[in-house]
Design a protein around this ligand. Structure first.
Ligand code: ATP
Ligand code: MG
Ligand code: MG
Length: 554
């Protein structure tokens, strides 16, 4: 039974189709307000809406909900388009609520003429005081019965810029005793003498979200307007506004709600993310620690990993917290398939192979990715001096330490078996060099008996004289608390993790010298890394995406 695998929104759509709604008329939209960069919560909404578009072969509009000129900017419009495109989705029409300002204004006049809207000349404080409480009816404005002609005249003057901000508002005339507070004569327009990123100085009255949203859906003939749960109480108003202008021959949009997605150890709110940017807690909206799509991209996340994450969590009717380790799991799963393997050493210790000739070097074959169907190889240089990770050597260790220790052997990945003989220390007793011997017949892939010899540990390494230097940025969670913005007595900023960024200098195999910003790799045994846009021709910069270890309990 196919309907079993449908989510509750798909069930609603299926019921509409079964009830006679033509599937040809399905249309969806993703409606961001361009007041910040998109975050991982938006990715859920994008995957939902564009996913439905793909599933039903229906168009999906990108609608900028730009009714508040105070907070909106072209930079955000551009960033939003870039992120959706990068995720791999194509919108049908690029729409702006601000393109409908004239139509909305004309409809507002129609409402006034029909006695459904009036100009209120009270202060916003007075209006707020009259709202009442959920259990107590509000008080009607003294301007509620203003004659239509006077309303029309004042509204036109509001539009023509004859008043200051706050002098008048246009309100819908609904019901001051409604049990739904939003129905108590909601404001439709306020005066704002502000420049708008799209309409410039054409307008000085701006529609409120509730007035603009449903009517924009109607203008675009969106059939299913999917939004997050906080809009559930707005649905009645959405429908009331549509009732005022609806033409029966057209598609009547339907608002339906799903739960917002929250991610642990971060904040998914543009307002809060903007604060992190403005207060220099991060380097920008695309800082790799940010839960923004641009931050995740720079961190090394693939579009597939973000889409898999959104599909895995699915949609829900109730809010809950998703552990960030699930997102990391999705990154690892995709990168394991797609990221070429390379060798890099981030905390180097020099190893000298004393029986390897001084001037000799060899270029050994190394597998690019064991997950590939048809294996491809690259060459890595080997020589007498190599770097290994400091933590891969111990002078003495118990039997469970399968890495390098004096008197025992390990295999060097793609190369030879070596045996530690002695180590060199500085005045403080720190180990500065390890002296080893190698088994000349043990070269990986050479087919000799010695090459098949089983030794417990395999280490990654880079040849000292061939190594490139790289700046490697290693990240920890941006917040030390799972839900930094759910504390009643503390601001989320108090939970910023002061140690969320560590920068080290690492050594990389020479094949990485030609890597470009955005390229992703697995540094063997260390994790996944992505070339950062800050890379210079003489110094490459890597961001650590995630470690290799799967900490997510499947
Ligand atoms: P923010 O508080 O971060 O500004 P918003 O809801 O105000 O979020 P919009 O630009 O209005 O941001 O969002 C565009 C669409 O994305 C809306 O339909 C909204 O409901 C949805 N959306 C926003 N945040 C989330 C989230 N955390 N999970 C799922 N959907 C979300
Ligand atoms: Mg919003
Ligand atoms: Mg918002």
């Amino acid at each position: 039974d196919i309907t079993k695998s449908l989510n509750f929104l798909e069930h609603i759509i299926e019921e509409d189709i079964n009830g006679g709604f033509s599937s040809q008329k399905l249309r969806f939209r993703f409606p961001p307000e361009p007041n910040g960069y998109l975050h991982i919560g938006h990715a859920s909404s994008i995957c939902l809406n564009f996913g439905l578009g793909i599933k039903y072969g229906a168009p999906v509009n990108l609608r900028f909900d730009d009714t508040n000129p105070a907070k909106e900017e072209q930079e955000y419009v551009d960033a939003i388009k870039k992120d959706i495109t990068w995720l791999g989705f194509k919108w049908d029409q690029e729409c702006y609520a601000s393109d409908y300002f004239q139509q909305l204004y004309d409809w507002a006049i129609q409402l006034i003429k029909n006695g459904k809207a009036y100009v209120d000349s009270q202060t916003s404080d007075d209006i707020a005081l009259q709202k009442g409480t959920p259990t107590q009816a509000g008080k009607e404005s003294p301007y509620r019965e203003r004659p239509v002609e006077e309303n029309l005249d004042l509204f036109e003057k509001m539009k023509n810029g004859e008043f200051k901000e706050g002098e008048h508002v246009l309100r819908a005339k609904i019901d001051m005793a409604s049990s739904n507070m939003l129905m108590r004569d909601p404001i439709m327009y306020r005066i704002l003498h502000k420049h708008h990123h799209n309409t410039g100085n054409d307008w000085c009255i701006y529609p409120m979200y509730d007035w603009a949203h449903g009517e924009s859906d109607y203008i675009e003939q969106v059939s299913h307007s999917l939004c997050t749960l906080e809009f559930l109480p707005h649905r009645e108003l959405y429908d009331w506004f549509l009732d005022q202008i609806y033409d029966e021959s057209k598609v009547r949009p339907k608002q339906r709600e799903f739960a917002r997605r929250n991610l642990s150890h971060t904040v998914v709110s543009k307002r809060k993310l903007l604060k992190l940017v403005q207060e220099d807690v991060v380097s920008g909206w695309d800082d790799p620690r940010m839960p923004t799509i641009s931050g995740l991209r720079r961190r090394g996340y693939t579009p597939a990993s973000i889409k898999n994450f959104a599909d895995t969590i699915g949609i829900a009717k109730r809010e809950n917290l998703i552990d960030v380790s699930l997102l990391e799991f999705c990154a690892r799963e995709d990168l394991n398939k797609t990221a070429p393997r390379v060798m890099a050493v981030l905390d180097p210790l020099k190893v000298v192979i004393t029986n390897y000739p001084e001037n000799k070097e060899e270029w050994l074959d190394a597998e690019n990715n064991p997950e590939e169907e048809v294996m491809t190889y690259r060459k890595v240089p080997f020589s007498r001096e190599i770097y290994i990770e400091k933590e891969d050597f111990k002078e003495e260790a118990n039997r469970k330490f399968f890495r390098l220790k004096i008197g025992s052997e390990v295999r060097l990945k793609n190369a030879y078996i070596i045996k530690a003989e002695s180590c060199v220390k500085d005045a403080e007793g720190n180990i500065t060099e390890v002296h080893c011997t190698y088994d000349e017949d043990s070269k990986s892939g050479s087919g000799t008996e010695a090459s098949m010899r089983k030794v417990k540990g395999t280490l990654h390494w880079v040849s000292v004289k061939h190594a490139g230097e790289a700046e490697v940025r290693i990240y920890d969670r941006l917040f030390s608390e799972a839900e930094p913005d759910r504390h009643e007595d503390k601001d989320f900023m108090e939970f910023v993790n002061p140690d969320s960024l560590k920068v080290v200098t690492g050594f990389i195999e020479p094949s990485l010298n030609n890597a470009n910003p955005g390229d992703r790799f697995q540094f063997q045994r260390l994790g996944y890394f992505c070339v950062d846009k800050n890379s210079l021709s003489n110094k490459i910069v890597f961001n650590k995406t995630v470690g290799l270890r799967d900490t997510w309990a499947k």
